[in-house]
Write a protein of this length. Structure first.
Ligand code: GDP
Ligand code: MG
Length: 147
């Protein structure tokens, strides 16, 4: 039982504060919400994505009509990339974020409180264990993650 619990507690996800979140000065607010919930920030960096990185990050959306806009947007300025750790953090972060369309996101969520447009929805979070692992590896080397 204890061993199972320990494995679950170590669940990790990938989170990004998108360019508009950084530009609007919402980094501190978002980190506060994540930390106050109880998740641990185990890796964090500021970077500006290259087109190649952005296309890899959003590979699942390659065929979508908004893909070009998405890549333009995510490469438009610096972002904050993070690895978060805690029990149930993958779905828990998605709950803190709120719905993809901020007009449908509940008040109290990050998107619900700070955004109005889908294309400017401030925050990204991996949506599954497979996505979390893929995205963490895209942005961080193992030695950059504090265990
Ligand atoms: P998420 O997992 O909640 O971020 O949503 P998705 O994985 O479905 O989409 C990825 C990102 O693409 C979203 O966060 C939006 O920023 C953007 N996006 C999704 N749908 C649209 C759209 O119809 N138009 C535009 N401009 N961006 C979109
Ligand atoms: Mg997604």
């Amino acid at each position: 039982m204890l061993e199972r619990g320990m494995v679950v507690d170590k669940e990790r996800t990938f989170c990004m504060i998108k360019p508009e979140g950084v530009a609007r000065g919402l980094v501190g607010e978002i980190l506060t919400r994540i930390e106050h919930k109880g998740y641990r920030i185990v890796a964090l960096k500021m970077l500006r994505l290259t087109r190649e990185m952005a296309e890899k990050h959003y590979a699942e959306h390659r065929e979508k009509p908004f893909f070009r806009e998405l890549v333009e947007h995510i490469t438009s300025g610096p972002v904050i990339a993070m690895v978060l750790e805690g029990p149930g953090v993958i779905s828990g972060l998605r709950k803190l974020m709120g719905a993809t369309n901020p007009q449908e996101a509940a008040p109290g969520t990050i998107r619900g409180d700070y955004a109005l447009e889908t294309g400017q929805n401030i925050i990204h979070g991996a949506d599954s264990l497979a996505s979390a692992e893929r995205e963490i590896n895209l942005y961080f080397r193992p030695e950059e993650i504090m265990g």
